[in-house]
Write a protein that binds this ligand. Sequence first.
Ligand SMILES: NC(=O)c1ccc[n+]([C@@H]2O[C@H](COP(=O)([O-])OP(=O)(O)OC[C@H]3O[C@@H](n4cnc5c(N)ncnc54)[C@H](OP(=O)(O)O)[C@@H]3O)[C@@H](O)[C@H]2O)c1
Length: 285
Amino acid sequence: MTCETGNLGDLGVARVGYGAMKLTGWPRGDRPDRDTALAVLRRAVELGVNHIDTSNYYARDGVSANELIRSALHPYADDLVLVTKVGALVEGPDIMLPPEQHTGLSPDGLRRGIEANLTSLGIDRVDVVNLRMGDRGHGDASIAEPLETLMKLREEGLIRHIGVSNIGLPEFELARSIAPIVCVQNQYNVARRDDDPLIDACTAAGVAYVPFFPIGGGFQPVTAEHLTTVAERHGATVAQVALAWLLARSPNILLIPGTGSLAHLEENIAAGDLTLTPEDLALIG
Ligand SMILES: NC(=O)c1ccc[n+]([C@@H]2O[C@H](COP(=O)([O-])OP(=O)(O)OC[C@H]3O[C@@H](n4cnc5c(N)ncnc54)[C@H](OP(=O)(O)O)[C@@H]3O)[C@@H](O)[C@H]2O)c1
């Protein structure tokens, strides 16, 4: 496991973390059985992961990421950083509702979202909460009012740090004028690099950038000819090269690859020890 660390505000974390969404099969798709899910979470922490990404709404058919995290890991180690998110959705099944019934971005909805995360995770204060914007019929919603609500909840002691998710560069700048933003969580990987300018802005501002779908999200594998070549050079897998490429992309990138497989978990964490050479990086382009 890499001993490299990054920061979420004043919280130091290993650069390779873990994303819990895939443990639930939310919003659709396969998921591991409960025993495997608990084993994956415990093994992640054993291997040095101390940054787990989750949400109260990662829940389907009674299988909830926060409940699994609590069952596997509570009482939590002092250095474990749980990062959750709130947005248009509060509960998993909300995704089935028409957009006008997604009330999670209102002041009351944000409070319900934070309180639901506190209860399901069994904590008094959220380490980091990402404000998730940008879709589900709320694409034009301003980030300002929800951030002001989160700042009030922070003043009440329910939140330690605030991040933003699914936002562009203008919203990043606006968000930073309203709240001390510690991280951005957007879609980015070696095959999808639209966020390059935002990553550069985060680097300059000392804000962590946490890409979701770092290995393609299981939908669109980040396979490419050059990734395979580089993987063969290192005796690594394509997924490991995709993760190592992200670590090389910027020192403020933190990873949260998701998996319901113990073998993939170990592979992903080992990617933290894979250093790509300048030749590798030039080949990948
Ligand atoms: N802010 C947002 O809007 C947002 C959106 C989506 C996700 N997220 C967060 O980001 C985290 C990461 O995203 P993600 O989990 O959806 O996508 P991902 O990490 O890019 O990919 C996960 C998929 O890749 C497979 N996989 C994992 N490791 C592998 C390996 N070593 N080799 C081959 N396949 C592998 C997994 O299947 P197996 O289970 O079979 O390994 C799973 O299907 C999520 O868990 C969630 O916490 C945030």
